[in-house]
Design a protein around this ligand. Structure first.
Ligand SMILES: Nc1ncnc2c1ncn2[C@@H]1O[C@H](COP(=O)(O)OP(=O)(O)OP(=O)(O)O)[C@@H](O)[C@H]1O
Length: 246
């Protein structure tokens, strides 16, 4: 069996006692694969991301990153993970290089190693010729690429991204989706990509379909479609997200 980069088992969480934002959520992200966390607004994607990245603690359940339990071995679990939050967190008055150098220092990466990795990542993300440019001068798509490069500086095996294409135009969105799929396929990175957009999911991806805080279906595209009774992934999404919570 393929090693799991992320295992979420029986996770529940509520902002208030009455309403659960997540209810008994279980799924896994295999190493080296692209997994889409698909769900409409309010499904619980951001809440789940906050639990996975340790911003909130789950009331119930267990989260393991590359075999390390988040609760028992938080440093090892977090070191194996790169994160891109929904809201951009770059300093727009610093250059790309300065933003990356700052993050590398926070990760405790020695300067010479950081220099090498930055050069590698800037080339990988087609940003090398803009390294000295202030983030303020970059397009939305470029800024997102800088954030992903920053999230990969410490060489994580799992990258989690919370709706990273929000606010991008169609071309930049397609380019970013393409870029991250290639990272998966060419470098064996495991990706968990939260979205509500079906067209960001490619053949061969895995899907976790979340609605009203519950996993409605999970697995390959075919498995998710079968769980909805057939048709396309779009039809399955429609079918499983209009059904009321049980
Ligand atoms: N800080 C909060 N306090 C109370 N309820 C919250 C809070 N944040 C989210 N919620 C509720 O929890 C549920 C899940 O929200 P969440 O933001 O995780 O969903 P989402 O799938 O990320 O949606 P979106 O696509 O809109 O970001 C929603 O019902 C939302 O109203």
């Amino acid at each position: 069996m393929r090693e799991q980069a992320l295992e979420v088992s029986g996770v529940s969480f509520g902002y208030t006692r009455k309403v659960k934002a997540l209810e008994n959520v279980t799924f896994s992200v295999p190493s080296g694969g692209f997994t889409a966390l698909l769900g409409p607004n309010g499904a619980g994607k951001t809440t789940l991301m906050a639990l996975i990245t340790s911003l909130f603690a789950a009331e119930q359940g267990r989260i393991r990153v590359c075999g390390h339990a988040l609760e028992a071995e938080p440093r090892k679990a977090l070191a194996a993970m790169g994160v891109v939050f929904q809201r951009p967190t770059l300093d727009v008055d610093l250059s790309i290089e300065q933003n990356l150098r700052y993050a590398a220092a926070l990760y405790g990466i020695p300067r010479a190693v950081a220099r090498e990795r930055m050069a590698e990542l800037l080339a990988r993300f087609n940003l090398a010729d803009r390294a000295a440019s202030k983030v303020r001068t970059l397009s939305g798509g470029m800024r997102r690429r800088v954030e992903i490069a920053r999230a990969l500086l410490h060489r994580p095996r799992l990258l989690v991204l919370d709706e990273p294409t929000v606010g991008l135009d169609i071309d930049s969105r397609r380019e970013l989706v393409d870029h991250v799929h290639r990272l998966c396929r060419e470098e064996g990175l495991a990706v968990l990509w939260a979205t509500h957009l079906i067209d960001e999911i490619w053949p061969g991806d895995r899907v976790v379909l979340l609605h009203q805080g519950r996993v409605r279906a999970a697995g390959s595209i075919d498995e998710v479609v079968r769980a909805a009774g057939g048709g396309s992934l779009g039809q399955a999404y429609q079918q499983l997200t209009t059904a009321r919570a049980a």
